[in-house]
Design a protein around this ligand. Structure first.
Ligand code: MEV
Length: 328
C-alpha cells in the first residue's frame, strides 16, 4: 500500500483578479489530505464503496490519464481529510496531487525523485477537465509545491519562476507562470486563523458575477488592477517578513473584494470580529460563502473572536510542505 499526502491552501492576495491575468499568492496550510492506494481484488473502490465516476470526476480524470490508459489494474483508494469540505481550501486539488504522486510511486518513482512540475501539471489538467475546462493552476501548484506560490500571466521578478502551465479554455490558449515565494523564518511567528462560514462558496457563480459586473461597468477593471498592485506589494512584504504590511495588504484586498460584491454578511462579520486581534483579515477564495483568513500573533484569541460570531475555525502556520509519500 502507498500512502501520500498533500496540503490544502489559502489565497493570501489576488483572488478574482487572477482570472484577469493579475498575480495571486496562496500558501499551503497544515491541514492535509491523505490518500492510501492499493491494488484491489474487488474492482475499483473508494473508501470501501464502489467507485462512482460522477461523484469523483477529478479522480476519474486522473486515473484515466495516469493509470487506466497504461492498463493498470483496479485500485482501492482511501481518502482522509483535515479540511473543511467545499470551502475553497483546495481539497480537490490536494486529492489530485496526492493521487498523482501515489500512482507514480506505485509505478516505481522513488519518493525523493517525484517530478513536482509533472505532478502539478497532471493534477491541474484533471481538475480543469472535471470543472469543464476552467481552473487556474494556483490550487494544484500550491498542493504540489507547498510553501507560498505566486501565479500570474507573466513572469514576476518578485518570486522564483518554476514552470509555465497552459490550458485551452473555450478554444483559447491561456498561459500561467507559476512561481514560489521564499518565506523568511520570521513568518513562523505568525499564524493564520481560517474561519469557515459553514456554507460552501459557489466558485463558478462568483467568478461569473464578477464577469457580469465588469462587462456592465468596464471602469471597475481599475479595481482588478488595484488588487494586482496590492498583491505585488503584499508579496514583497511577505518575502521580507514585514508582517504588518502583509496584514495591511490583506485588509486592502478585502475592501476591494467587497467592492466587487463577492463578500457576504457572514464573511464580513468574521473579518470584523478578527480585526482587533489580527494584523489583517480578508475573505479567501471565491467568496459568497466559504472561508476568511486572519493573520495573527494571537491565534487562540482570534479564533475565539471568530467563533463568537458563528464561524468554525482552524489554525495553521504559513507554508506547509507540499505533496509527499508518507510510507516510503
Ligand atoms: C478561487 O479559489 C479563486 C478565484 O480567483 C478563481 C480562480 O482563480 O480560478 C476566485
Amino acid at each position: 500500500m502507498v500512502t501520500t499526502s498533500a496540503p490544502g491552501k489559502c489565497i493570501l492576495f489576488g483572488e478574482h483578479a487572477v482570472v484577469y491575468g493579475q498575480p495571486a499568492v496562496a500558501v499551503a496550510i497544515d491541514a492535509r489530505i491523505r490518500v492510501s492506494l492499493e491494488v484491489s481484488e474487488s474492482g475499483w473502490l473508494i473508501d470501501g464503496m464502489q467507485f462512482d465516476k460522477q461523484r469523483h470526476p477529478h479522480l476519474d480524470a486522473i486515473l484515466k490519464r495516469m493509470w487506466i490508459s497504461d492498463g493498470g489494474p483496479p485500485l482501492s483508494l482511501n481518502i482522509e481529510s483535515d479540511l473543511f469540505g467545499a470551502a475553497g481550501l483546495g481539497s480537490s486539488a490536494a486529492i489530485c496531487s496526492a493521487v498523482a504522486a501515489g500512482l507514480l510511486h506505485m509505478r516505481g518513482t522513488p519518493a525523493d525523485e517525484m517530478p513536482l512540475s509533472g505532478i502539478a501539471t497532471t493534477a491541474h489538467l484533471a481538475e480543469a477537465e472535471a470543472q469543464g475546462g476552467r481552473a487556474s493552476p494556483i490550487d494544484t501548484s500550491t498542493a504540489t509545491l507547498g510553501g507560498a506560490v505566486l501565479v500570474s500571466d507573466k513572469k514576476e521578478p518578485l518570486a522564483h519562476w518554476k514552470y509555465s502551465r497552459d490550458l485551452r479554455i473555450d478554444g483559447q490558449r491561456r498561459t500561467w507562470e507559476v512561481h514560489s515565494v521564499e518565506l523568511p523564518e520570521s513568518i513562523s511567528e505568525a499564524s493564520l486563523v481560517i474561519g469557515y462560514s459553514g456554507r460552501p462558496g459557489p466558485t463558478a457563480q462568483m467568478v461569473a458575477n464578477v464577469a457580469t459586473l465588469l462587462s456592465n461597468e468596464p471602469e471597475r477593471m481599475e479595481d482588478i488592477e488595484r488588487i494586482g498592485n496590492v498583491t505585488r506589494a503584499g508579496t514583497t512584504a511577505l518575502s521580507l517578513g514585514n508582517l504588518q504590511a502583509v496584514g495591511i495588504a490583506m485588509n486592502e484586498c478585502h475592501r476591494l473584494l467587497q467592492g466587487l460584491g463577492v463578500s457576504d454578511g457572514d464573511l464580513d462579520r468574521m473579518v470584523e470580529a478578527a480585526l482587533p486581534s489580527s494584523l489583517g483579515a480578508k475573505l479567501t477564495g471565491a467568496g459568497g460563502g466559504g472561508c476568511m483568513i486572519a493573520l495573527t500573533m494571537e491565534p487562540r484569541r482570534t479564533a475565539e473572536e471568530i467563533e463568537l460570531v458563528g464561524g468554525r475555525t482552524m489554525v495553521s502556520q504559513l507554508g506547509a510542505s507540499g505533496v509527499r509519500i508518507e510510507n516510503d
